[in-house]
Ligand binder design. Structure first.
Ligand SMILES: *Cc1c(COP(=O)(O)O)cnc(C)c1O
Length: 378
């Protein structure tokens, strides 16, 4: 059986977890948390990075920072994970979906301007599969209409757009370290705070609405309740586990890219012959091989492919059910403009097994079975 994913383990995790046990300090913002923050900040050349308990929580922090209020509109793609929308809905926003472009499955920036009204407060580009959205156009619109931009870079660590790290371009950027991501600690995330004006408040919101960080730095002589907030900082054990992964992240990415390119070469001919479609990576984007997907003809052919591969011991998965077609989406969100690709292409997309320890032999096996499905030689 070739599983769809095996969560990454680099080998240093137990060593670092033992160090925390020896140190006897378990709450958030300890030594390993600081190391992770530093690493993330340097990696993205960002102003500030803070670990969070999840990407969802980093998105919630961003919604606080943007002062999202009841009735504000927030623009995003419908082809994304629930949390992208839920973080802003929690603050009372109305979620406005626009269509995606079929080559990258990212938000179609040419559809954003028509969806902007005088209630629009922010846009949330999602860097699907670690491939950058058209950030220059998104930031231009944000300047023109005075909007905040929060990057959902859950899948985007160690990937860039025109040489800039995904997550470091908007006012804030959010990463995920869920076990399904390239680098993980079970459940975890981080926020990059790129807007200078957000930094002080980000620390406060993350620390239950208190100025505890200032107190720890000796900037105030006691800490008190100064703002709204929540408890968004992960425990030190999670940070220690994560640091073992971040240290190896470059190496892990190189291996994942090798696997990705091998799939691509193996399946390219099927695309040329018109059997399926593969991802297009824009020339100015460097991705991180988070996802390798193929696009079949339609929903029916995808199900047949899933069953066929399963019969050959290969596990594949698909996502996302477009948010505007969900119960919550129908109640609280609106799709502006025409849904040309969101529904159609989400029904055609199938993700192939891709994880650090996947062997080239298995990549070739999966590729040959896909060729076999179409009656082509292995
Ligand atoms: C994984 C993911 C999230 C949520 O990440 P968590 O850390 O589980 O909160 C949000 N958005 C996208 C696009 C994701 O892939």
């Amino acid at each position: 059986m070739i599983p769809f994913n095996i969560p990454l383990i680099t080998g240093k995790e137990s060593d670092y977890l033992s160090k925390v046990l020896q140190n006897g300090k378990f709450c958030g913002d300890g030594n390993f948390s600081k190391k992770c923050d530093e690493w993330l900040k340097n990696n993205a050349r960002a102003k500030k990075a803070l670990l969070t308990t999840s990407c969802k929580h980093a998105l919630e922090m961003s919604a606080f920072l943007c002062d999202i209020d009841k009735g504000d509109e927030v623009i995003m793609p419908s082809f994304t994970f629930v949390s992208t929308a839920n973080a802003f809905l929690l603050r009372g926003a109305k979620i406005i979906f626009v269509d995606i472009r079929p080559d990258t499955m990212n938000i179609d920036v040419t559809k954003i301007e028509d969806a902007i009204t005088n209630r629009t407060k922010a846009s949330v580009p999602v860097h699907y599969a670690g491939v950058g959205c058209e950030m220059d156009a998104i930031m231009d619109l944000a300047r023109k209409y005075n909007l905040f931009v929060v990057e959902d870079a859950a899948q985007g660590l160690i990937a860039d757009y025109k040489g800039r790290a995904l997550g470091s371009i908007g006012h804030a950027g959010c990463y995920s370290f869920h076990e399904t991501k390239n680098y993980q600690c079970g459940e975890g995330g981080a926020i990059l705070v790129n807007d200078e004006g957000f930094i002080e408040r980000a620390e406060i919101i993350r620390e239950k609405g208190t100025d505890r960080n200032k107190f720890l730095r000796g900037e105030v002589d006691k800490y008190t309740w100064v703002d709204v907030g929540s408890s968004y900082l992960p425990a030190e054990l999670n940070a220690a586990f994560l640091y073992a992964q971040l240290e190896k992240a470059e190496e892990v990415t190189i291996r994942r890219l090798d696997i990705w390119h091998r799939y691509f070469r193996n399946l390219k001919e099927l695309e040329t012959e018109g059997y399926l479609e593969l991802t297009k990576i824009p020339a100015h984007c460097k991705h991180n091989a988070h996802i390798f997907y193929i696009k079949l003809k339609d929903l029916d052919e995808r199900q047949k492919m899933i069953d066929y591969l399963k019969g050959n011991g290969i596990q594949t998965v698909f996502h996302y059910v477009p948010l505007h077609s969900s119960r919550m989406g129908k109640l609280f969100c609106e799709f502006r403009g025409e849904d040309v690709y969101t529904t159609k292409d989400s029904e055609r997309l199938l993700r192939l097994p891709l994880f650090f320890s996947l062997s080239f032999t298995d990549v070739d096996f999966v590729s040959n079975k896909i060729r076999g499905f179409f009656g082509c030689q292995g």
